[in-house]
Design a protein around this ligand. Structure first.
Ligand SMILES: Nc1ncnc2c1ncn2[C@@H]1O[C@H](COP(=O)(O)OP(=O)(O)O)[C@@H](O)[C@H]1O
Ligand SMILES: [Mg+2]
Length: 583
């Protein structure tokens, strides 16, 4: 294979001075190639030693191929140096080759296991109590799940028995929780919810504290909804929808003047003027809402934004015009544009559920402004004890599961991460890692979970090289948090905390394919829908020389296979989990 000639933008990444560097790039743009090349260049130039770097890949196979590649290139460089009579360089590279077999090139789980095995005495909780038996072994994912479910069964049995033996407020809360989250026949739904929440919590560092903090916040929200971050978030949702609708108002007003646009006749309104008046009143209400939001945005404490919007929405009179096949094009396109632009907004603020545009929403919609703030507070306060009990169950499950693992001297994959973080927070393990690992390289960074991010930060907070593609984040079910990637991208773009690099040239596919992919994704990936705006620097450029655009590209969407795929994904999950096992 001929040697890769890196592009100028790739070279910028390869040669950037060490620091926190994030490379955000599409599939096939050479992320892995650039990461490997950067490391190699630094090794060959003697800027870092291979035993002083930590290289994290997503699978064992990727680790192996990365190591092979490094070995091959170091060997070539060593021979070249020897032939050129650069003995010192050749000797250094020979040493690097010897060190390579001890280098840390692995998945993050294998790295965590290495930490635990090397600092077992530092696997302790906050009270310095040991968390790990000397002769522990790892539960395979199926056995872990089985044990977790048994632990949950014990927790639920205990809760039912307690409710029966000690009737009272606590018992009532538990029983309403069961009532609210289960069907008449079984409490499977509630059990599933507890298991899922537990799974999610385990992907966070210090989750017990997180739960207690979040519950306190939730309590505050419930007691004072109007001043809560939750309400602010909902108002921002309104702002988004309102802006989208208001942007088309001038166009709609212009079309209303079109002589070909006539609403009178077979529809409920007798004259076109009636309709025009109805639209005008809709637009005016929206403008009034805009005014409320503007005042609130300027002085949030002074405006009862929730209730003001609520009363505007309640006062809104609205009927959807009927369209017949025989209607003029002008009318059809007017109604189409109106529905497209306003349905989401109207549904969002529709307190009564009577809005005829509600059913027309393109994206999954929700009714949000369903009651005045005071009523919402009351309802929230009513559910608060249930939510607290729910999280109580999750933490009881966690304890019971930990107890059962302890009895069997077993740990699971999430324990790898939590125990590794415990080690990194202790003096021996933490100091060792920070002095040992001068640089960290991590591939597929978009699939990093919160606790994994904490581990990376604890190992090397200032020389982290990350490559990834947020569009390829497929491991949400494994608690990957692409949000971290997006946040870092935004910060680094503003030169806050690191440097950002984008690579958009694709070297894997032909021009025609890339064109088609860009075409599709520019339409379906928008920021307010998927969190990522494809148009905003994600489109792929052709990287292959002499790439062809001829030929037809067909897009096959196999809806039937979707459900089969889901089933397959489960086995894929298991396979992926197994793949994280250290070799
Ligand atoms: N500048 C380049 N010129 C030619 N081929 C390249 C270039 N950069 C990367 N490649 C090749 O493109 C392919 C995809 O690279 P890879 O690093 O696997 O991409 P990614 O990790 O972004 O998906 C690889 O075969 C790689 O060798
Ligand atoms: Mg890659």
């Amino acid at each position: 294979m001929s040697k890769v000639v890196f592009t100028a933008e790739q070279l910028q990444v390869i040669e950037a001075p060490p620091g926190n560097l994030l490379v955000s790039a599409a599939a096939g743009s050479g992320k892995t190639a650039v990461m490997t090349e950067r490391l190699l260049e630094r090794l060959i130039r003697g800027e870092v030693s291979v035993d002083h770097v930590l290289i994290l890949t997503f699978t064992n196979a990727a680790s192996e191929s990365m190591e092979k590649r490094i070995r091959k290139r170091l060997t070539e460089a060593m021979e070249e140096a020897r032939q050129d009579g650069r003995t010192e360089v050749a000797d250094r590279l020979r040493e690097q080759l010897l060190l390579l077999s001890r280098a840390h090139i692995s998945t993050i789980h294998a790295f965590c296991l290495w930490l635990i095995q090397n600092f077992p005495h530092e696997v302790v909780d906050a009270a310095a109590e040991p968390l790990l038996e000397a002769d522990f072994s790892t539960l395979d994912p199926e056995a872990a799940e089985q044990l977790r479910q048994e632990a949950l069964a014990a927790v639920m049995d205990r809760a039912y028995t307690d409710a029966e033996e000690q009737p009272g407020e606590q018992a009532d809360v538990f029983l309403s929780l069961v009532d609210n989250y289960s069907s008449a026949r079984s409490d499977q739904q509630l059990r599933k919810l507890v298991l899922n929440l537990h799974n999610y919590l385990r992907s966070l560092p210090d989750y017990a504290q997180v739960v207690s903090k979040k519950l306190t916040e939730l309590e505050e929200t419930c007691r004072n909804f109007s001043a809560s971050p939750h309400m602010r978030y909902l108002v921002q949702g309104l702002r988004l929808r309102l802006d989208r609708a208001l942007a088309v108002v001038p166009e709609l007003c212009r079309r209303l003047e079109d002589p070909l646009l006539q609403f009178a006749g077979k529809t409920a309104q007798t004259t076109h003027e009636d309709f025009a008046a109805l639209f005008q009143s809709l637009f005016q209400t929206c403008q009034a809402m805009d005014g409320v939001l503007e005042r609130w945005e300027a002085e949030p404490q002074k405006v009862a934004v929730w209730d003001e919007i609520y009363s505007l929405a309640r006062g809104m009179e609205w009927k959807k015009p009927r369209v017949m096949k025989t209607d003029s094009d002008a009318k059809q396109t007017f109604v189409e544009l109106l529905v497209k632009s306003f349905s989401d907004l109207l549904y969002y603020v529709d307190a009564s559920g009577a809005n005829p545009l509600g059913k027309q929403c393109i994206y999954p919609a929700q009714r949000v402004w369903t009651a005045p703030a005071e009523e919402i507070e009351e309802a929230h306060l009513g559910t608060l004890p249930l939510i607290k009990r729910l999280f109580g169950l999750v933490l009881e499950l966690d304890e019971e599961y930990a107890r059962r693992k302890g009895q069997r001297k077993r740990i699971d994959f999430a324990d790898y991460e939590h125990f590794a973080l415990a080690v990194l927070r202790r003096p021996d393990g933490g100091d060792f890692c920070r002095s040992q690992f001068r640089e960290v390289y991590t591939d597929e960074y978009q699939d990093t979970s919160s606790i994994q991010e904490s581990i990376l930060q604890a190992v090397c907070p200032d020389k982290l090289f990350m490559v990834g593609d947020v569009k390829q984040s497929i491991y949400r079910f494994r608690n990957a948090r692409p949000e971290t990637f997006l946040q870092k991208s935004a910060d680094f773009k503003d030169a806050k905390g690191g440097r950002y690099f984008g690579l958009n040239r694709n070297f894997r596919s032909e021009a025609g394919i890339l064109q088609a992919i860009n075409e599709v994704f520019q339409r379906v990936m928008a920021r307010d829908f998927s969190g990522i705006a494809y148009a905003d620097g994600h489109a792929m450029e052709v990287g292959r020389a002499g790439s062809r655009t001829r030929g037809r590209v067909e897009l096959w969407i196999n809806l039937e296979a979707e459900s089969a795929n889901l089933a397959e994904n489960v086995t894929e999950t298991e396979a992926a989990a197994r793949d994280c096992l250290p070799p």
